[in-house]
Design a binder for this molecule. Structure first.
Ligand code: ADP
Ligand code: SF4
Length: 696
């Protein structure tokens, strides 16, 4: 199918100074947790997007010098030619598909404490380092330091150009780029020519731009990644003051303006609190002040929103990090008139948590993200099933795990029956999508439902609860249990490993009961020992329904894990803003008819009773694996029924975030009839030992 001509503008080439991008799809720099240690994984993750039609593919932030060392977070580096050579792998793989390669050269100033290099961090003014409360101050840069910094930027730019990068950045965004720290009155308290007036505070950005242009600008695009607003009011950069001033001052200097808002939690806003295109009020002015192209982001997944941004003169180029992770082939799908095949980002920021928890790169919607190199998973291609294998597959449970398994097994050519007790597919995501702010979770189900709907070899049977007997009589050779999980009624979780007394009372509810529409009488105590989003979302729902709500958690802060997905501060704001009382550092010892008893975890303050009519325990979940256990118990019965393979996946295997289920569903599909799997199930990236060096 041909694309809709309305989208033609997205496919027009655009000049970025001395280079030309083949289209308007631009993967802006974003972290992918591979860093300098895993160059093959990084290159593979990015090149697959070039294959999928993104016209420009950038690195993540790339440190230019050991005084900027983001450890423990995995980041790329270009401290020497060795690092540059590693990055060349990415450049070559991206070029192979006709895309341009960009590099975000970064000096992180006072952001991190340089845990690995042990160099003292640098800043415009002496200040404690920003992240992780590390007990060290960044020192105020003198003029020699500033000259050094400018030289490091130039040297890094030349190294980048030598290995073929087409777009080379100066960085002043995300609360990570030193240009931003000089510009912001929040972090710059200098009294010399780099402090005071906006012109003085913007001086370093101008100098770094001029230096980089002089060094590499004749043949490479020099881009400025610029946060127009720090979202902290007049104490920091505001788009009306510093934002406009910088764009006016340097309007025609960079070849490309890459604009956003700071810090990362504002830039990559979770869908729970931010809509698609939420940057617009802060960046729309930029195009009015420059003739140079402008790229910006906003979790754009809809081609209509994309052309709207261009047609209304907000942006020239559609930037994306998360939408490109969730669907590396988004541009190709629009080009081929297959908009309904786009795997839309749900804005959950699990991808961000890969970086913030120093884990493997992962995405809820795209289970192949981060697995391109080490497992050889391609986001669109999968091997057909081998000839002559048993191809009748029964999947019990159409939640994220079952749906993804059915989609991928269907793509491989198996004859799949997907059966669910409920009246609709989606399992937990459909239930959770009804809760405040989680509507986008539903995309996990709808994307897969649409794909499965196109496959003649996949049948979906709803309103059908299967027993072990039903499964044995079904006639499928391969059986996959994807029967999900259930929130525990007894409150057991991180803090309480034994039943909370009184948790079996009629006035005690679990998230499952709330999602099933249980009538909860206020006042309510919500006890959070899960620490991700569920307790806060339920508290919000119950409060909005008019109940008095008290939020109790054994941790020092509510919904603490949300720090990793950049939603924690917004959740604090929401919960406190709704007038919900928050009690931290307390555990529940007993639930009675008229209230709950709580005790302080660290001080002997006696027992405190909170009067309430209902309690919601948000602890942990247990797998719904009774069906699997019954089936697996007797191999002879399985054999007699003709079942050759029995698997369990997703929450039925072990409950986790939604991404664990989509990954598990995808993995079972990849590995079915793929032969025995090795103990280490993926390729490792190893350090090559230098034969010349021995250890004394
Ligand atoms: P996951 O995240 O692992 O996919 P979910 O809880 O989202 O888990 O989905 C599990 C699905 O399995 C639910 O939609 C549920 O209705 C379905 N299910 C559980 N047990 C059975 C059963 N015995 N027969 C049919 N469907 C079942
Ligand atoms: Fe989008 Fe979530 Fe995937 Fe990140 S993890 S790209 S936010 S779907």
């Amino acid at each position: 199918m041909a694309r809709d001509p309305r989208y033609d503008i997205l496919f027009e080439p655009i000049k970025l100074g001395p280079v030309t991008a083949p289209n308007r799809f631009y993967q802006v720099p974003h972290c992918d947790a591979h860093g300098h240690n895993m160059p093959y994984g990084d290159a593979s993750h990015r090149s697959v997007k070039a294959e999928g039609g993104w016209g420009v593919i950038c690195t993540e932030q790339c440190s230019i010098h050991p005084t900027s060392d983001a450890a423990p977070y995995a980041e790329t580096r270009i401290w020497d030619d060795g690092h540059a050579k590693q990055l060349g792998l990415l450049v070559d793989s991206v070029h192979k598909h006709g895309a341009l390669a960009g590099i975000e050269l970064a000096h992180n100033g006072y952001a991190f404490s340089n845990r690995m290099s042990r160099e003292i961090p640098l800043a415009p003014s002496s200040t404690p380092v920003h992240y992780n409360w590390d007990p060290i101050a960044a020192r105020e840069m003198d003029h020699e330091d500033i000259r050094d910094l400018r030289r490091w930027q130039v040297d890094a730019a030349k190294r980048a150009q030598n290995v073929g990068f087409d777009v080379i950045y100066v960085y002043a965004a995300h609360g990570l780029g030193i240009g931003q720290f000089f510009l912001s009155p929040h972090t710059n308290h200098r009294t010399d020519e780099y402090g005071g007036s906006v012109e003085n505070r913007a001086r370093l950005i101008g100098e770094m731009l001029e230096d980089t242009l002089e060094a590499v600008g004749e043949t490479s695009c020099v881009a400025l990644r610029f946060a127009t607003d720090e979202m902290i009011g007049a104490e920091g950069i505001t788009w009306q003051e510093e934002g406009q001033a910088v764009v006016e001052m340097y309007a025609e200097l960079p070849h490309l303006w890459d604009v956003n808002i700071s810090d990362w939690k504002w830039d990559s806003g979770v869908s729970r609190y931010f809509e698609e295109g939420h940057h617009e009020p802060y960046v729309a002015f930029v195009k009015q002040k420059t003739t140079k192209p402008v790229v910006g982001v906003g979790r754009f997944t809809s081609p209509d929103t994309m052309i709207d941004q261009i047609n209304r003169g907000v942006l020239d180029i559609i930037g994306a990090a998360r939408p490109s992770i969730a669907d590396p082939f988004l541009p190709k799908k629009i080009e081929e008139g297959r908009n309904e095949d786009i795997r839309e980002c749900i804005g959950c920021n699990i991808c961000v948590s890969s970086e913030t928890t120093s884990g493997r790169f992962r995405c809820t919607q795209n289970p192949t993200a981060g697995e391109e190199f080490r497992r050889g998973w391609h986001p669109e291609k999968i091997d057909p099933k081998p000839e002559g294998v048993d191809d009748g597959v029964l999947i019990i449970g159409a939640g994220p795990a079952g749906l993804e398994a059915a989609r991928a097994l269907g793509q491989r050519g198996y004859d799949v029956h997907l059966v669910d007790a409920r009246a609709e597919v989606g399992g937990r995501v459909i239930k959770e999508a009804q809760l405040p702010g989680l509507a986008k979770w539903g995309r996990v189900a709808s994307y897969r439902d649409i794909q499965i709907g196109k496959m003649k070899n996949v049948e979906v049977h709803l309103n059908t609860e299967l027993s072990a007997k039903d499964v044995l009589e079904y006639g499928a050779e391969v059986v996959v249990c994807a029967t999900g999980s259930t929130w525990r009624q007894d409150g057991c979780s991180h803090t309480n490993t034994h039943e909370i007394p009184g948790s079996d009372g009629d006035n005690v509810f679990t998230p499952d009961a709330i999602m099933a529409g249980a009538e909860v009488k206020g006042p309510v105590v919500v006890f959070d020992d899960d620490h991700y989003y569920m307790a806060a979302v339920i508290a919000e729902k119950l409060r909005k329904e008019g109940n008095e709500v008290t939020f109790v958690t054994p941790l020092m802060e509510l919904a603490r894990w949300g720090e990793n997905t950049l939603e924690f501060e917004f959740t604090m704001e929401r919960i406190h803003g709704l007038g919900i009382e928050v009690i931290t550092d307390y555990n529940i010892t007993n639930i009675g008819g008229n209230g709950v008893d709580i005790v302080h975890l660290y001080a002997d303050k006696g027992t405190r009773t909170i009067p309430c009519s209902s309690t919601v325990l948000v602890g942990s979940r247990l797998p719904n694996d009774a069906l699997y256990r019954e089936l697996v118990a007797d191999p002879a019965v399985l054999e007699a029924a003709g079942i050759t393979t029995l698997e369990r996946i997703g929450d039925c295997f072990s409950p986790g975030a939604i991404q664990v289920s989509t990954h598990g569903g995808h993995r079972v599909a990849r590995e079915l009839h793929a032969g025995p799997q090795p103990d280490v199930s993926y390729k490792l990236e190893r350090i090559a030992l230098d034969q010349e060096i021995s250890v004394a």
